[in-house]
Design a protein around this ligand. Structure first.
Ligand code: IPE
Ligand code: IPE
Ligand code: MG
Length: 239
């Protein structure tokens, strides 16, 4: 499709799946798949930015991923640790604004510190908004939001009848960020796995068999092209 006519989704969310299978196919340990996957995230963030995507949200670690073997969890946390440190200079240069979504309180204190530093250092950047979901689960996020709202009503700051959809959106970790227009999941799985269930209510879904470590700019372009062939109706009628 010609670039001039093409609609670029403002917000793209990605369930980066298949790191383990990618490694296994090559006779490598799963953690090598995660390391390669981490490199791909950095490249795709740059590509998304160049394409004019305003927000990119990636699923890095779910609330369910703690059930994996300790060594794998540790390797994933170490990759995130490295990412938080190395991306500080890069995000400043590329004008990226970072927000980590998920329950950060279960993360190691040093990781929480580097997340805070990175969020703080990039909060006034005006380029692409990059959300990283760590210890994220949609049910957990909604539960925490309900708790926040309940505390306000209990304190007499909010009347139950004044609770709107907006009240709920604003209590989620993604407050202030528009809902994703397009969700991509890699490596053949077609499920949400507890990702952004509130926010994805009306998003277009795109599934590819490509494993995350093999994902490229061309794959992202393909997903955007597919998005351009969808008719978004939002419950109404077209024509
Ligand atoms: C996605 O790859 C990364 C995380 C869930 C952290 P997987 O590790 O799920 O890879 P597969 O699905 O086992 O191949
Ligand atoms: C979802 O992938 C979580 C992330 C990509 C971080 P999983 O590989 O953990 O999901 P399931 O287990 O296939 O549902
Ligand atoms: Mg998986």
């Amino acid at each position: 499709m010609a670039d001039t006519q093409r609609k670029i989704p403002a917000h793209v969310a990605i369930i980066m799946d298949g790191n383990g299978r990618w490694a296994k196919k090559r006779g490598l340990p799963r953690t090598m798949g995660h390391a390669q996957g981490a490199k791909v995230v950095e490249q795709i963030l740059e590509d998304a930015d160049h394409m004019g995507i305003r927000y990119l949200t990636v699923y890095a670690f779910s609330t369910e991923n703690w059930t994996r073997p300790g060594t794998e969890v540790k390797a994933l946390m170490n990759l995130l640790r490295t990412y938080m440190k190395t991306s500080l200079a890069k995000c400043a240069k590329n004008n990226v604004r970072i927000r980590v979504i998920g329950d950060k309180s279960r993360l190691d204190p040093d990781l929480q510190d580097s997340i805070r530093t990175l969020e703080e250092a990039t909060k006034n950047n005006t380029g692409i908004g990059f959300q990283i979901a760590i210890n994220y689960g949609s049910r957990d996020e909604i539960t925490r939001a309900v708790r926040k709202i309940a505390q306000k009503t209990a304190a007499g700051e909010l009347r139950p009848e004044d609770i709107t959809e907006e009240t709920i959106s604003d209590a989620l970790d993604t407050a202030g960020i528009p809902d994703p227009d397009l969700l991509i999941r890699t490596c053949g799985e077609e499920r949400l796995s507890n990702f952004l269930m509130w926010q994805l209510s009306y998003s277009e879904m795109y599934f590819t068999d490509t494993a995350w470590p093999d994902f490229t700019k061309e794959e992202l372009e393909k997903a955007v092209d597919a998005y351009n062939h969808r008719e978004r109706r939002f419950g109404g009628l077209t024509q």
